[in-house]
Design a protein around this ligand. Structure first.
Ligand code: UDP
Ligand code: MG
Length: 323
């Protein structure tokens, strides 16, 4: 049985309302992978409302190498890709768009490069066929910001055509819009070895693009989250300690105000509510907060020990796969 064997190569394609592209895409992949020994094409339907699923399922029926994965609703490209990665069985996985903008003929080139000993091979679009103002310029700025924030020099984070080692994908858990800076993420969190190769790019032939300028805001929010996680993951006690310190300093301020009011009062029996209750009360709260934050930092540190140990094992797996 063809589909019970594990294929060497999996192609993962997210599709949202791409009914006209499915057929030509499957044909193009089949032609491009003519020389490859064993492969599967995982078409992930991301809650399409047109006949994408119907067409895809008919194609899967006719060719056991084509698999259709249907999501319950429109989750977004990143989630669709992650679902495809989870389903893919190949030792090497390739992702690409389902709108024929990427060219399946580049797949063998990416795979060959990966086999030179890389964990991720990212395509960069040589002559990108997209609108300048809404696409190319935001993309150029985004790539600059990603380089600046992550320190990982990747030319074209946004190109979907990429090849990955299975062991690398096992370490990544994509959510939100993270497919947009996957190489930077892989380098920063999994120490992935990355290569870039130039790939072809075509203008959209059918259907419409699924994104507007709103994706920029989402990208920035994602990047900030990643940056925070990457920075404090190394040393959570430092982050919580900083909060505890700030809280402690505020507490000292309240204590000082309380003492001053105590010393300066004219009549020893006169109790001003502000001085007698608010200052010491606030100081107490701040001290409690400082203690609480310190304890949280210690717990985070403890919990991370375990995560780090798991990371090390995954790193070993990745290194073994590379060799
Ligand atoms: N896509 C998806 N879910 C979505 C949006 C897009 O699966 O919610 C797919 C889409 O069908 C295409 C790929 O992701 O195969 C890239 O989308 P698109 O071509 O619209 O992006 P662009 O190339 O314009 O950046
Ligand atoms: Mg596109």
């Amino acid at each position: 049985m063809m589909h019970s064997e594990q294929p060497a190569l999996s192609i993962v394609v997210p599709m949202y309302n791409e009914e006209e592209s499915v057929g030509p895409l499957v044909d193009a992949v089949r032609d491009a992978l003519n020389g490859e020994p064993s492969w599967e094409l995982v078409l992930v339907d991301d809650g399409s409302r047109d006949s994408t699923v119907k067409i895809a399922e008919a194609l899967a029926e006719a060719d056991p190498r084509v698999v259709v994965l249907q999501l319950a609703r429109n989750y977004g490209q990143t989630q669709a890709m992650q679902a495809g990665f989870d389903r893919a069985r190949g030792r090497i996985v390739v992702s690409m768009d389902g709108d024929l903008q990427n060219d399946p003929r580049d797949i063998p080139l990416l795979v060959a490069k990966l086999e030179e000993g890389y964990d991720l091979v990212a395509g960069y679009r040589m002559r990108r066929q997209d609108k300048v103002v809404t696409r190319k310029i935001p993309s150029w700025v985004a790539n600059r910001i990603i380089i600046w924030l992550t320190g990982v020099r990747i030319r074209d984070n946004g190109c979907s055509l990429k090849a990955y080692r299975r062991e690398l994908l096992d370490q990544l858990h994509l959510y939100s819009d993270m497919h947009r800076f996957l190489p930077a993420l892989a380098a920063a969190t999994a120490n992935a070895r990355i290569a870039e190769v130039p790939v072809r790019h075509h203008a959209r032939r059918f259907g419409v693009s699924k994104y507007g300028l709103s994706r920029i805001a989402k990208l920035l929010a994602d990047l900030l989250t990643i940056k925070m996680i990457a920075t404090f993951r190394e040393n959570p006690l430092a982050m919580f300690g900083l909060g505890a310190l700030a809280s402690g300093i505020v507490a000292m301020g309240f204590l000082a105000a309380w003492l001053t009011s105590f010393v300066q009062r004219a009549d020893p029996l006169d109790v001003v509510p502000m001085n007698a209750y608010v200052f010491p009360g606030s100081a107490l709260l701040c001290i409690a907060l400082a203690v609480f934050l310190t304890m949280l930092g210690l717990i985070a540190e403890e919990a991370l020990q375990k995560v780090r140990a798991e990371d090390q094992i995954e790193q070993l797996d990745l290194a073994r796969a590379r060799a």
